[in-house]
Ligand binder design. Structure first.
Ligand SMILES: Nc1ncnc2c1ncn2[C@@H]1O[C@H](COP(=O)(O)OP(=O)(O)O)[C@@H](O)[C@H]1O
Ligand SMILES: [Mg+2]
Ligand SMILES: [Zn+2]
Length: 254
């Protein structure tokens, strides 16, 4: 029996099950190496009150681990000013997205449009932070920096696909300022930019995974860039297109 459980005066459900095992004739417990050492991953610890009744409470160790996970996930996420904590009120459609994110099989895409300074980046960052505190892992990218980095790595397949992996694996990806500073169609740089941009979005599309895009472009602009891409965005967005700052709210000018 683990001494840590005895010393804190609590009993884990695992310990109770171990005690009852001979009577229940259960299979021996398979050790989960990742499980919390205090509660065995149940999230609760048990103790008896003075009358001998069994009381459950949240496992203090798991709580600590969860706090550490959130901290690390925020640090790795690439969210701008991730350390500032949550707080800004989410626009209506963005709040809906955050709420529905945990639904099983949720794969919707969200598009935030609006003029510069209307809060697209701020809304996307706040949304990303909330998904992390709900248990998800998020990657937040400035689209321009990401495509530039990927293009630079294209000649070295290993680096290129490693960069792709984190894009593929995250529960949520945010692409901030999608298509901003896109090279002109007739320029030398266009082909690389086009290929990488399409590959990125198709990665999320093929796996049916959530994606948030912020952009100053209109849907028409996106369709001109690539019509197949635009129709995939329309399909995955399921109507989640939000234009911020309709009432000319430019936070940068305030
Ligand atoms: N809800 C808000 N309340 C107060 N300030 C905000 C809010 N949303 C955005 N801002 C501020 O407005 C400025 C522009 O917001 P930002 O998200 O960068 O806009 P965009 O990405 O659309 O250009 C930033 O300095 C940001 O901190
Ligand atoms: Mg922005
Ligand atoms: Zn625990």
């Amino acid at each position: 029996m683990a001494t840590s459980m005895v010393s804190t005066g609590t009993t884990s459900i695992k310990e109770l099950v171990e005690r009852l095992r001979p009577t229940l004739m259960m299979e021996p417990h398979k050790e989960d190496v990742n499980a919390c050492p205090e509660c065995g991953g149940d999230g609760y610890v048990y103790r008896r009150d003075s009358a001998g009744r069994l009381l459950a409470s949240h496992c203090p160790v798991c709580r600590g681990l969860e706090k550490a996970r959130v901290k690390t996930a925020l640090k790795l996420s690439g969210i701008p000013n991730a350390g500032d904590g949550c707080g800004i009120e989410l626009a209506r459609g963005v709040a809906d997205y955050a709420r529905e994110f945990k639904r099983l099989g949720f794969s919707d895409w969200l598009v935030l449009t609006g003029k510069p300074g209307t809060g697209k980046t701020t809304q996307a960052a706040e949304l990303a932070k909330r998904i992390i505190t709900k248990g998800g892992n998020v990657r937040f990218y400035n689209a321009f920096n990401l495509t530039r980095r990927l293009i630079a790595n294209r000649k070295r397949a290993e680096d290129y696909y490693a960069a792709f992996d984190e894009f593929r694996e995250a529960d949520l990806v945010v692409l901030d300022d999608f298509l901003k500073s896109a090279p002109a169609r007739n320029s030398f740089d266009f082909n690389d930019f086009y290929t990488v941009t399409c590959e990125l979005l198709w990665t999320r599309y093929d796996d049916r995974k959530p994606l948030v895009i912020t952009t100053q472009k209109t849907f028409n602009d996106v369709a001109l860039f690539d019509s197949a891409l635009a129709s995939r965005i329309a399909e995955m967005g399921k109507g989640r297109f939000i234009t911020l700052g309709r009432n000319a709210t430019n936070y940068r000018l305030r």
